[in-house]
Design a binder for this molecule. Structure first.
Ligand SMILES: *Cc1c(COP(=O)(O)O)cnc(C)c1O
Length: 386
């Protein structure tokens, strides 16, 4: 089976992890700050907070921005559930903005219209989470302008998009948002096994996320309500979590980021090759916005079902039967039973639902060979009888 995504681990990664295993510190040692500095420097952000997953980073980002009961977070329905669940962890309500069918990112037109309506009913969002779907940045300048106009904060869910560029600058630099979140799950662009990171240029937001990452405990006398009792002393000053990244994970991340540009270049080349070889088939490919250079986490095609004599499900099954590990990103979050119980229903976000009825993610990862890619392309042509 050719999987839809997979990690790329080399001997340098193995050596970096082994070195930590032989060292004094498996966690809370020197590697976490080293990895944080490497990501912050790559992206051009001032602060980076490494955690045990992007899910944790999204949760901490919402907490740092003060999201709580009675508040509202908006995001795209075509995302992984974690982009939405973070608001529910904080007791906040959620809503969705339908996608632009061409890029599958949150539609800025739909966002502006929904904000206009929300302003009239007094239910404006406190936070909007643009998700850089498949690695292509959202139209951040426009979303940022709307944030200024309507007073919401912005968390970029860049789980797919480390290494992507927007207006020729690295995603994560925080020019158009308060916090940017990355995932280092093995299917993503670089990996730490499990892991995530939150980037910001705001020292107070970073300080809050650092505090909440580790139980709400501080050893900094300046944060305590009285002088330390002694050198052993710490205070718990907030209710935090154990969301720490280990040094084992951080060593892997610090080694992986050395090859980030190489990984993205390879993904981009494979995506271009797919574009060329799939052109002419009854498929719609994701449109790339001229402001954006995608990190190409996913390569998604949409079946033009009116030109194909098979159903979406049949094409998907035919590909799996041929050993092609196709996948579907994502089931619209508002149709999940948990969210239906909160009142969402089919028909609420028609572009997202139509996308779901047509989309297939083809294998794409740095280690995919051209021979394997040719096999995928041949299987797609056969599956749709083209
Ligand atoms: C993978 C992913 C997450 C969650 O990342 P984890 O590191 O697995 O917690 C969140 N949002 C999106 C869009 C993702 O793809």
């Amino acid at each position: 089976m050719i999987p839809y995504g997979r990690q790329d681990i080399d001997e340098r990664d193995v050596a970096a992890v082994t070195e930590v295993l032989r060292s004094e510190w498996l966690t809370q040692g020197p590697m976490v700050p080293r990895f944080e500095q490497a990501v912050a420097a790559y992206c051009g952000a001032t602060h980076a907070v490494a955690v045990n997953s992007a899910t944790s980073a999204l949760h901490l980002a919402c907490l740092a921005l003060g999201l709580g009961p009675g508040d509202v977070l908006w995001t795209s329905p075509i995302t992984f559930v974690a982009s939405v669940n973070c608001a529910r962890y904080c007791g906040a309500d959620v809503d969705f903005v339908d996608i632009d069918p061409h890029t599958v990112n949150m539609s800025v037109v739909a966002l502006a219209e929904k904000l206009d309506r929300a302003a009239k009913t007094g239910r404006l969002p406190n936070i909007v989470v643009p998700v850089h779907f498949a690695g292509q940045p959202c139209e951040m300048a426009a979303i940022h302008d709307l944030g200024r106009q309507y007073g919401f904060r912005i968390i970029e869910d860049a789980s797919h998009a480390i290494g992507a560029r927007y207006r020729n600058e690295a995603v994560g630099n925080g020019r158009f948002s308060d916090i940017t979140v990355f995932s280092f799950h093995p299917v993503k662009i670089i990996t730490t096994g499990e892991g995530g990171m939150a980037l910001t240029n705001d020292a107070r937001l970073a300080e809050t996320m650092v505090l909440l990452r580790s139980h709400g405990i501080t050893r900094d006398a300046a944060q305590m309500d009285h002088a330390p009792d002694g050198p052993w002393y710490y205070q718990q000053i907030a209710l935090g979590y154990n969301y720490r990244m280990t040094d084992i994970q951080a060593a892997l991340g610090a080694s992986q980021i050395e090859r980030l540009d190489e990984f993205v270049a390879r993904r981009r080349a494979l995506a271009r090759r797919y574009d060329e070889h799939l052109a002419g088939l009854p498929l719609a490919l994701l449109r790339q916005h001229p402001d954006c250079a995608s990190a190409w986490h996913l390569y998604v095609v949409r079946l033009q079902l009116d030109q194909i004599g098979k159903s979406h499900r049949e094409v998907f099954a035919a590909l799996r039967d041929r050993g092609i590990g196709v996948n579907l990103h994502y089931i619209p979050v508002h149709t999940q039973p948990y969210y239906r119980r909160l009142g969402f229903k089919s028909g609420d976000f028609p572009q997202a639902e139509r996308y779901y009825a047509e989309a297939i993610s083809l294998p794409l990862y740095a280690g995919l060979s051209e021979d394997e890619q040719d096999e995928v392309i041949a299987a797609v042509a056969e599956a749709i009888d083209a």
